[in-house]
Design a protein. Structure first.
Length: 183
């Protein structure tokens, strides 16, 4: 079941505030979103050396959440309508799967790692890497199309269920057994 979402449309960025994660792209894309959807909000959840710079370029509707407990972070993500990930690359995109597990879909750049964690048009949207306008258009599309958003949320939640500690442990044990048997 999809958790209750915030009354106003909320996009959240989750992650370190550093150059490779490109949190400034989230803020720049949100500028376009805010023009089209004035009551939208952007929540930046994370810490990093870019925090001061990001606060300088932020505007009304952009909020920063730092030094949160895991539960506080999850509570915010659960309320969000969309997780945005404008990274240069990811190992896998755990913040996307975390959002999915909390019933939140995503918009991300189609880069290594994120193309593995986002199932395009099923669990979220993938857009052209580095294209801030495409990032904004993806966010707007989900915010304005309630049936699309609901479908993506449901598929994202379902997809996230395959990522459990038990399954991960079984996969590792299976791989170790294969390696040992080959020796």
């Amino acid at each position: 079941m999809i958790p209750k979402k915030a009354e106003n449309p909320v996009v959240c960025y989750i992650g370190r505030l550093n150059r490779a994660k490109r949190p400034e792209h989230a803020i720049e894309a949100f500028r376009y979103v805010k023009e089209r959807i004035p009551n939208a909000e952007l929540w930046i959840i994370g810490n990093g050396y870019l925090l001061t710079k990001l606060k300088r370029i932020a505007f009304e509707g952009v909020s920063f959440y730092t030094d949160l407990s895991n539960q506080e972070r999850r509570d915010l993500i659960k309320l969000a309508w969309i997780v945005v990930n404008p990274s240069v690359r990811e190992g896998f995109g755990l913040n996307i799967i975390e959002g999915n597990a909390l019933g939140t879909t995503c918009v991300a750049y189609a880069v290594p790692g994120l193309v593995d964690s986002v199932k395009a048009e099923k669990t979220g949207l993938l857009v052209k890497p580095g294209n801030i306008n495409d990032l904004a258009q993806g966010i707007i599309r989900i915010m304005e199309d309630k049936s699309l958003r609901r479908r993506l949320e449901e598929e994202a939640l379902d997809y996230s269920r395959q990522f459990t500690w038990e399954k991960s442990a079984q996969d590792i044990i299976s791989r170790i057994k294969c390696i040992v048997q080959k020796e």
